[in-house]
Design a protein around this ligand. Structure first.
Ligand code: KIV
Length: 273
């Protein structure tokens, strides 16, 4: 697709219904992102989510997504210690979660993890720029690569990840000209999030895209629906209907034959005597 100049579409997914809808929409890449920690599990950051939790969510997605490539995100603490640890986590994600490939964040020391995973015949996606798992070290959720030196480092990191075996790299919160330059330098695709139109593809978080997340959304998010509002008013109508007796109506209930009903009432009346 990169060679043809066809844009690649990626979205996050954490359950079977969203995976089924993404598949039906013709989306190429589905990421079971560790953003699940925030949008699904109610944490303040991506740090607390465990590998077991990510595998549980990935299994639901892989059951429903037939055509898209499913990427299982390796959460914080499951690959930093050693190459062996990273390969063990990637194997679990593929074997138990059913993910087609995995993703991890960072370059530098993580390049060796990427190489170890790729050498184990598991496809691996990189993720540089704003890497939420190291947001504290980066000084918060801030755009990256905004000085010439930092931008050059991003190009170097991306090249190192490609050389180590990544099949694609996510560029998060990076100035558009820098992301476009990284994209030109690589033969593998770049998938941008807050990185401008010059990337080979784009990714958005399911809840951000659909207006389902009540927390702060970054400026790079485009909302294509306001489903939280729709769900809110649907729930208010349901509450009002139950309280007023407007729901359920006859058409929402089951009937029984008249003679069975008469016999039932007679038997209960005898029981109560
Ligand atoms: O975890 C995630 O959802 C991600 C995307 C923001 C790329 O890494």
């Amino acid at each position: 697709m990169k060679r043809r100049g066809d844009k690649i579409v990626m979205v996050t997914s954490y359950d079977a219904p969203s995976a089924r809808l993404s598949d039906a929409a013709g989306i190429e890449l589905v990421l079971v992102g560790d953003t699940a920690a925030m949008v699904m599990l109610g944490h303040d950051s991506t740090i607390p989510v465990t590998l077991d939790e990510m595998i549980f969510l990935t299994r639901a997605v892989t059951r429903a997504a037939r055509r898209p490539l499913v990427i299982g995100d390796l959460p914080f603490g499951t690959y930093e210690i050693s190459d062996e640890q990273s390969v063990g986590s990637a194997i679990r994600m593929v074997k138990e979660g059913g993910a087609d490939v995995v993703k991890l964040e960072g370059a530098g020391r993580m390049v060796s993890r990427v190489r170890a995973i790729a050498d184990s015949n598991i496809g691996i996606m990189g993720h540089i720029g704003l890497t939420p798992q190291s947001a504290t070290k980066l000084g918060g959720f801030k755009a990256q690569g905004r000085t010439a030196d930092a931008a050059v480092r991003l190009v170097e990191d991306a090249l190192a990840l490609e050389e180590a075996g990544c099949f694609a790299v996510v560029l998060e919160a990076v100035p558009a000209p820098v992301a476009a330059r990284v994209t030109q330098s690589l033969s593998i695709p770049t998938i941008g999030i807050g990185a401008g139109a010059g990337c080979d593809g784009q990714v958005l978080v399911w809840h951000d895209l659909l207006g389902l997340y009540a927390g702060r959304t970054p400026r790079f998010v485009k909302r294509y629906a306001e489903l939280a509002d729709e769900i809110g008013s649907a729930l208010e109508s349901y509450v009002a209907d139950v309280r007023s007796g407007a729901f359920p109506e006859d058409r929402h209930t089951y009937s029984m034959p008249e003679d069975e009903l008469a016999e039932f009432e007679q038997e209960v009346a005898e029981l109560e005597r």
